[in-house]
Design a binder for this molecule. Structure first.
Ligand code: ACM
Ligand code: ZN
Length: 744
């Protein structure tokens, strides 16, 4: 099928005819559709007041694009593409105005970046009409945030130079302007440093192809010429080429050199930089030794010569800090510098490195752990363990980039894990990414400007191939591009869903292995506690499919009713739903119980506290009628960290009970396990309890896949109070997640 036919059929299926200008991603701030169109059957003549290298860069880029253009050097009053720099026209650093009439197209901006983004919008408009014409339009546009980034972990698995450039092309398309390149980590050092050849002829190679094999085996490295060697590195020439490629696309590459943690590969290549003075003993660099600072300064000197970026990322996350306590050098450093603990020792290193980087006219970015032990004075904080680090940094008047795991970690599953290639864990749908607002409500208006922007992180432990990596990046980074660009009042999930459904076939046509959007059926619901009813909607990400359903749990077929309006449940309904393309079933069947049950809205007392990090709606979560989705981070799952679940529900009066169900989940990667068992008890007075069942399971804690398990009891009993006691597995740092306790 031709691309245009495919797009047309998608938009017809979606039932929403729109003009191209309303389809641009990220959505511009102001779009006025005008009458008429510009024919581009003949090439547009580029007319510009740009000069020199600026002109060569932009005109060259446009000439390499699919838009038919010429550059005669003469003015034109018809069929022109006018690119006008107007520094005083008020478009800011990256904004632009784009006007298309039947005579020509004009982009006006204060900077070449603004012209570039105006051209990106124009390109999308032309694509939508198959490069035959461009709809007349006036657009005024500028980004919400100055930092709109993608991070790529090239340590865990190496990628080709061509792959990196291809991702830069996509970032430019979505008006993203930062590429955070994670070049060093325990799984391999990836950048040539002339002064330290062992980083790349040894620490860039390992005798295992996948991170997982390496991690589970000995975590050793090997020589580059070892027949088993897997890995690679970018030469300084490669880096220069990629940096220049990015520059032409108005993307700054921010290199990350990890310290003091995630440095196993450095400690193996140069063991004297570790506390143990030996290979394969420490993951952190030794902070006591001056040699460590000499090494880092040498490396950073070469790195700064290659990367013009104002920011250099120095890592700072997840240092084990274990070797420092027993290292005479580190202990001496702490004593000499009056450092009271290992957090302050880490902070000492970051301060010192910051001073070095500052002395070269650059600034550092670090992961939010650099707050521990005292933040370096000029550091920008990248908040990944939630938003708390970012909030604290902004309150301390430091710049912040938001990249919280819950919204920005593109290594999580994007659809039902059982149908997806193995991921590291977590669950992050496109809609959830799209919903993110990087400015936390906790910040005062005067503090909000410290939030520079937002970034999607692509950690690649479980992404051994380039294809798989693209599958995880797209389309979620597209949603994040709009989070970074478009003002929140302009954002609308349903409209984005329509646009991204049309964008994916286009991206795939361009050769990106984008995830084609989920046909998993979601069941957003609203509980009416007064009426004791639950209204359930059925939706899925993918447009152009019908959702068919049954209410008796039987498998939906092509003759089952098509979902139109929300369903109302008053008792227990065994809902089954599935997406169909015409009469063909696609994707998986959703089977779920919806219970407007006896404990609905009843008070719950917890014997042990839930975690403050996954509070959902507190204890009431367990009887609120809202069922959790495929990931524990959706606000419907109540989390318990290192605690048992001990929940007592008060039904308000002695009640006949014949069914109790508790759903829990297991995801080994993030340390989420089913409880050991569930002990059920009932009581009339809340004091004297009688055991009614001990519900066990035989699901091993070693299982790798994400598992959902219903603990179910059927029988006959009576009582006012129902108690569920579910002990946690005997693993330090373990979680229990529960969404609901159903009583019928
Ligand atoms: C991180 O995810 N360790 C920054
Ligand atoms: Zn040490």
């Amino acid at each position: 099928m031709k691309l245009t036919t495919l797009l047309l059929s998608l938009s017809l299926l979606a039932g929403t005819a729109t003009v191209a200008a309303q389809d641009i991603i990220p959505l511009p701030q102001k779009v006025e559709v005008q009458k008429g169109k510009l024919s581009i059957g003949k090439p547009l003549n580029i007319v510009t007041n740009l000069t020199g290298a600026d002109k060569d860069d932009l005109v060259g880029f446009i000439q390499d694009s699919p838009l038919p253009v010429t550059c005669t050097g003469k003015n034109s009053s018809r069929n022109y593409l006018r690119l006008t720099i107007a520094p005083d026209a008020g478009h800011g650093d990256e904004g632009y105005a784009l006007t298309v009439t039947s005579r020509g197209a004009e982009v006006v901006a204060g900077t070449t970046a603004g012209l570039f983004y105006g051209f990106q919008s124009l390109l999308q408009l032309a694509e939508a009409n198959d490069f035959k014409s461009i709809d007349a339009v006036s657009i005024e546009d500028a980004p919400r945030f100055q930092y709109r980034g993608l991070h790529l972990d090239d340590s865990r698995h190496f990628t080709s130079k061509e792959f990196v450039k291809k991702q830069l092309d996509a970032l430019a398309r979505y008006k993203m302007n930062r590429f955070h390149w994670h070049l060093t980590d325990g799984a391999g050092w990836r950048i040539e440093i002339k002064k330290y050849p062992r980083l790349t002829n040894f620490a860039a190679w390992r005798p295992y192809d996948t991170w997982k094999e390496w991690w589970r085996a000995d975590r050793h490295y090997c020589d580059q010429d070892d027949p088993r060697a897997y890995g690679g590195y970018y030469t300084q020439e490669d880096v220069k080429e990629i940096v220049e490629y990015a520059r032409q696309r108005h993307i700054t590459i921010i290199p990350e050199i990890e310290m003091p943690g995630h440095s196993e590969e450095v400690c193996a290549a140069y063991p004297l930089l570790s506390c143990a003075n030996d290979m394969y003993k420490n993951s952190d660099l030794c902070i006591g030794k001056e040699a460590t600072f000499a090494f880092l300064e040498d490396v950073l000197t070469e790195v700064m010569a290659l990367f013009p970026s104002h920011y250099i990322h120095i890592g700072g996350d997840e240092a084990a800090k274990s070797g420092w306590a027993n290292c005479p050098d580190c202990q001496k450093r702490m004593k000499d510098e009056g450092l009271k603990d290992v957090d302050e020792l880490q902070s000492y290193m970051i301060h010192r490195i910051e001073q070095f980087v500052n002395s070269h006219g650059r600034d550092i970015i670090g992961w939010d752990e650099i707050l521990q032990g005292g933040l370096a004075p000029n550091a920008t904080v990248m908040s990944w363990r939630g938003e708390e680090g970012g909030i604290n940094a902004a309150k301390a008047k430091h710049d912040v980039i938001m990249t919280p795991g819950e919204f920005c970690y593109l290594d999580s599953y994007q659809a039902d894990p059982s149908g997806e290639p193995e991921a590291i864990g977590g669950y992050l749908t496109l809609e959830k990414v799209y919903s993110y607002d990087p400015v936390p409500a906790e910040l005062d208006p005067s503090e909000r400007h410290y939030i520079l922007g937002v970034q999607g992180n692509v950690w690649r432990e479980y992404m051994p191939t380039e294809e798989h990596t693209e599958y995880m990046i797209y389309p979620r980074i597209i949603a994040l591009s709009e989070v970074g660009w478009t003002e929140p009042q302009r954002k609308d999930w349903q409209d984005f869903r329509r646009r991204v459904n049309a964008e994916i076939p286009r991206l795939r046509e361009m050769g990106y292995n984008a995830f084609a959007l989920s046909t998993d059926i979601e069941t957003p619901m609203r509980v009416d506690y007064a009426k004791r009813e639950i209204k359930v909607a059925l939706t899925c990400e993918r447009l152009g499919v019908d959702i068919r359903y049954t209410l008796d749990g039987s498998e939906p077929s092509a003759s089952s009713p098509v979902y139109k309006d929300s369903l109302t449940v008053t008792g227990t309904t065994l809902l089954a739903a599935k997406a169909f393309a015409g009469s063909e079933p696609v994707g998986k069947t959703l089977h779920t119980r919806i219970d407007c049950h006896k404990a609905l809205g009843k008070p719950v007392t917890l014997g042990e506290p839930h975690s403050a990090n996954y509070p959902a709606s507190g204890a009431a979560t367990l009887t609120d009628g809202y069922r959790g989705g495929k990931g524990y981070g959706d606000g419907r799952w109540l989390g318990f960290l290192n605690n048992n679940l001990d929940a007592m529900i008060d039904l308000g009066a002695v009640t006949d009970i014949n069914y109790i169900e508790m759903k829990s989940m297991q995801a080994k990667g993030p340390y989420v396990w089913l409880p050991q068992y569930v002990q059920l008890q009932v009581s009339d007075d809340g004091v004297n309890f009688k055991d009614i069942a001990k519900l066990t399971h035989d699901i091993s804690t070693e299982r790798e896949e994400v598992i959902f398990h219903d603990f179910v009891w059927n029988g006959q009993t009576r009582g006012r109070y129902v108690r569920c006691y579910a002990p946690i597995v005997d693993i330090d740092g373990a979680w229990i997640f529960v969404d609901e306790i159903v009583v019928q």
